[in-house]
Design a binder for this molecule. Structure first.
Ligand SMILES: Nc1ncnc2c1ncn2[C@@H]1O[C@H](COP(=O)(O)OP(=O)(O)OP(=O)(O)O)[C@@H](O)[C@H]1O
Ligand SMILES: [Mg+2]
Length: 417
């Protein structure tokens, strides 16, 4: 047995056999591991495990039941080992994942290179999204599980085939769409612009109208609270508590929330829209998605110069060019898109109600930018200049948020159907 401990994660490599001969010794060794109870996650690596008897299974069961706060995950199981866990019902206590297939990137074609991942074309049916190293195997598997839940609740999205391993880390094999990205279609075909905005609204409403069972998906309110709490090393306790109180103002709902809803994350094939980039899919109040759309089409294109430089860390590119690159829209197109999107989405609300709702959307779009900057803080943690720039951005928007009328936000949630 080999043990590695790294930032809250305990990786235990299981021996080649666990049977009558060594089960007792294995149990003793396992429970003597110092960090066993404090680890945020326990990962059992079964890459060497060729055989496990019922005595061995009992030790694993004891571990899974004892360490309830940290769900145990076993990876790299051979088909034989997987079957033993499956037929004994052990898979209800511990999630067992088969050995990952490996995919060689040299035989693929790079389609897109983003901040958090890259997308490769593997063959005529599949693409591969590889995540840059901050993401753990468990998180990637969670994205696949979430995509399956979205898919079976009729959210128009692609098939998530499996998690695979590549020379650049873990990735997800996904169904390839022979499709155009919606933002490109909109930018290139101005006469169809309005029609395409209506497609976006339909997708946003499909998400809002789809209910998920509470236990299936992470609620965005909980996600936001966790991210805010993770910023304790950069912000003051007061700032953290104010941000948390803003999350608590959002009523808990179980609608589908994409997490990054804009025309670059929608593809159209044979006239049918598909949602891609489901990494942040969850459930919650639709304000989280509408505020995200506002962030992309209204906040970013109208960033004050200083905030733009600090938030992106970029020099030598104008905001207009940045928009074209990131959003694939000119600033005018972004303005028109937002205007039409908002009016179409809230078509059956009165002007007064729409005004309240717009306040809430503007408020939470600032909040989402703060969340994004917190993620950037983690990335820039070891670079004090860049870290300070992100903290400045957070404080700038926090100050703006504090000037909002909370009464109007509460009203917005009362009228939001
Ligand atoms: N299922 C798919 N079929 C075909 N192409 C795809 C598919 N999914 C993604 N792509 C292509 O890869 C690009 C990036 O995908 P995605 O949005 O999932 O990644 P990302 O890391 O979030 O990138 P970005 O930051 O650019 O949004 C898309 O714009 C699209 O061109
Ligand atoms: Mg994307």
């Amino acid at each position: 047995m080999e043990v590695k401990y790294n930032v809250g994660s305990l990786l235990i490599t299981l021996p080649t056999r666990i049977d009558a001969k060594n089960a007792a010794a294995f149990e003793k060794e396992l429970f003597a591991v110092e960090q066993l109870h404090d680890a945020e996650e326990i990962l059992l690596d079964a890459k060497n495990l060729a055989y496990i008897s019922s005595l061995g299974l009992r030790v694993i069961l004891k571990l899974a039941k004892k360490i309830k706060t940290t769900p145990t995950l076993m990876v790299n199981a051979s088909n034989e080992v997987y079957n033993v866990f499956d037929v004994t019902g052990m898979t209800s206590f511990i999630k067992v994942l088969r050995k990952r297939r490996s995919v060689n990137l040299t035989s693929t074609k790079l389609l897109a290179f983003g901040m958090f991942g890259s997308v490769y074309r593997v063959n005529e049916e599949q693409i591969l999204k590889v995540f840059h190293d901050l993401t753990t195997e468990r998180k990637i598997q969670e994205i696949v599980d979430t995509m399956r839940i979205a898919f079976t609740h009729d959210i128009p999205t692609v098939i998530p085939f499996e998690v695979v391993v590549t020379e650049k880390g873990f990735g997800i094999l996904l169904e390839l769409l022979n499709a155009e990205v919606l933002s490109t279609l909109m930018h290139d075909n101005p006469k169809d612009f309005d029609r395409h905005v209506i497609e976006m609204v339909k997708l946003a409403k499909t998400l809002a109208d789809t209910e998920f069972e509470e236990y299936l998906l992470k609620n965005r309110n909980d996600f936001m609270t966790e991210v805010v709490e993770s910023a304790a090393e950069y912000l003051t306790p007061e700032e953290i508590s104010v941000l948390k109180s803003y999350v608590d103002l959002v009523p808990r709902r179980n609608s589908g929330v994409h997490g990054d809803l804009h025309a670059r994350n929608i593809m159209i094939t044979d006239g049918k829209p598909f949602l891609i980039d489901m990494d942040e899919f969850g459930c919650g109040h639709p304000v989280w998605d509408i505020a995200g759309t506002h962030l992309i089409y209204q906040m970013i294109p109208h960033f004050p110069e200083e905030i733009f430089r600090k938030q992106t860390g970029l020099e030598g590119i104008s905001l207009a060019d940045f928009c074209l690159k990131m959003i694939r829209f000119t600033v005018d197109e972004a303005d028109i898109c937002w205007e039409k999107f908002f009016n179409e989405y809230f078509n059956d609300y009165s002007a007064r109600e729409k005004n309240y709702i717009l306040q809430a959307v503007k408020f939470y779009s600032r909040f989402k930018l703060i969340i994004f900057s917190i993620a950037r803080c983690h990335v820039e943690k070891n670079n004090s200049t860049r870290l300070a720039m992100q903290v400045d951005v957070i404080r700038y928007y926090l100050k703006e948020m504090q000037a909002f009328d909370i009464g109007k936000l509460i009203k917005a949630f009362e009228v939001w159907k």
